[in-house]
Design a protein around this ligand. Structure first.
Ligand code: NAD
Length: 482
């Protein structure tokens, strides 16, 4: 693994301890063993980081866009060179199979390359004039110091999706990664500074949400806040940002359905639907946690999915099988609480529902992939984000009922539509309230630069992809009397 100075924060290009020396343990979720310590930052360290980012902001914004792009490309090359170590770091931290982490590191790398190429393509507009002697245009300018607070499930990718466009657009950044999986973010930041990011341009403060995240949101030097995490914390972030009227970008939870019509190609649909809830042990914001299936094929689909679930191979990160544990004890308790609640309310656990047996699973936070049929739309397991490998099955009779079921949730992140009928697919695409829709896939896997949009309780101002440079700049309107 990439070596990191233990219990240090990255501030102004230096690895520094906290004033109190307080630390937090980082645990392998498969064994519950502490394998690293991180610094527990508080308001003082956050203040130092924001001041460093403020001091670096003007010089970085004035650095030629081509040079900014070149630094980011060097950073991407360093990530490619160290991709195996980064993947191992993320895999152990989160508990996910090494192969999954490897894929995530390469997506993070590709994002960085994509946005490095955008650094010198930030443009404004020239507008028509009513008068011969007036002339108008817009300038896209960086916000200044941006704050980024992230979740633990795909830490490298979540960091890069924001850090790459923010830095390419000429902003400086203070990142507060999740205390649950911070190491790969620190490792990426180490490679960034070694690749030529000037001191203060990228700072990382580790620590708990209320102690390190909250002071970051309320710091007067921060001009933009990006948050990836739960809906509950998202509301607290918005309240904090409202006090200072800074723009906020929120990417929150989901309760994403896969909708299976009778004409769907089940051979391709079912493995993808299973993978969308098994991957990362269901701990993805866009995990396909609800299956909505036409009554005529519901029994067949449920049976076949049960077989796929029962075949899922569970292991530690370095076993590199299909699925690892969930992230921590609280997360497992939440998942098990949902399964128990559904069982008590009369739902049928088709497969899974308990912890896997065996010595290898005794100490970690493992849960079996669980398929739950005969659920009621009012049950918590259908309404709330479980963030675990749990899939519920609901039946429908026609397209309007399917659309109603899709929309019967507070969340609005992702919908997968499975049908060979293009007209029906487009009707569903138009009628569902969701930031993203995929047809004959569970989520976007191939389209480069497609925004990661969200709506309703899943957040707002998200996007990224080809729209990201707009989010990380503010537009200045200029008019000139000639
Ligand atoms: P969380 O909300 O508990 O924590 C997210 C981050 O916020 C962490 O860094 C945490 O330390 C920090 N935080 C906590 N309280 C804070 C406060 N009061 N002020 C400032 N910061 C605070 O979320 P989590 O459990 O780490 O992640 C899981 C959630 O993230 C799920 O709901 C998942 O759907 C969501 N998520 C969303 C996306 C997306 O793109 N929409 C991607 C990944 C994860």
């Amino acid at each position: 693994m990439l070596s990191l100075p233990e219990s240090r924060l990255l501030i102004d290009g230096d690895w520094v301890p906290t004033a109190t020396g307080e630390t937090l343990p980082v645990e392998d979720p498969a064994t519950c063993e502490t394998f690293a310590l991180i610094a527990a930052a508080g308001p003082d360290e956050v203040d130092r980081a924001v001041r460093a980012a403020e001091a670096a902001a003007d010089p970085w914004a004035r650095t030629s866009p081509a040079e900014r792009g070149a630094v980011l490309r060097r950073w991407a090359a360093a990530i490619a060179e160290h991709s195996e170590e980064l993947a191992a770091t993320e895999a152990r931290d989160v508990g996910k199979p090494l192969g999954d982490a490897r894929r995530n590191i390469w997506i993070a790398h590709d994002m960085l390359v994509y946005f490095a190429g955008m650094a010198d393509k930030v443009t404004g507009a020239t507008l028509p004039s009513r008068l011969e002697e007036s002339f108008g245009f817009t300038l896209a300018e960086p916000h200044g110091v941006c704050a980024l607070i992230t979740a633990w499930n795909v830490p490298a990718l979540l960091m890069m999706a924001e850090a790459a466009p923010a830095l390419a657009a000429g902003n400086t950044l203070v990142v507060k990664p999740s205390e649950c999986a911070p190491l790969v973010v620190l490792a990426l930041a180490r490679l960034g500074t070694e690749s030529g990011l000037p001191p203060g341009v990228l700072n990382v403060v580790t620590g708990l949400g209320p102690a390190a995240g909250q002071p970051l949101v309320s710091h007067p030097g921060v001009r933009h806040v990006s948050f990836v995490g739960s809906t509950a914390t998202g509301r607290a972030i918005v309240r904090g940002a409202a006090e200072r009227l800074v723009p906020v970008k929120l990417e929150l939870g989901g309760k994403s359905p896969n909708v299976v019509f009778p004409d769907a190609d089940l051979d391709s649909a079912l493995p993808a639907i299973a993978a969308s809830i098994v991957e990362n042990a269901g701990q993805n914001c866009n995990a396909g946690s609800r299956l909505l299936v036409h009554r005529s094929v519901a029994d067949e689909v449920t049976e076949r999915l049960a077989t796929i679930f029962a075949d899922v191979k569970i292991g530690h990160w370095d076993d590199d099988l299909d699925m690892g544990p969930v992230a921590n004890a609280a997360q497992r308790a939440k998942v098990e609480g949902h399964i128990a609640g559904a069982r008590e309310a009369g739902a049928r656990i088709v497969t899974g529902g308990s912890r896997p047996e065996g010595e290898r699973f005794a100490a970690g936070h493992f849960v079996q992939p669980t398929l739950i049929d005969r659920v009621d739309p009012s049950m918590a397991v259908v309404r709330e984000e479980v963030f675990g490998p749990v899939l519920t099955v609901q039946r429908f009779d026609d397209t309007p009922e399917a659309v109603n079921l899709v929309n019967d949730t507070g969340f609005g992140l992702q919908v997968g539509v499975w049908t060979r009928d293009l007209s029906r697919a487009l009707r569903v695409v138009r009628e569902v309230r969701s930031g993203q829709v995929s047809v004959n896939e569970a989520s976007n896997v191939g389209v480069i630069g497609l925004p990661f949009n969200v709506t309703k309780d899943s957040g707002f101002n998200a996007g990224g992809g080809y729209t990201a440079m707009r989010e990380y700049t503010s537009e200045k309107a200029v008019s000139i009397r000639i």
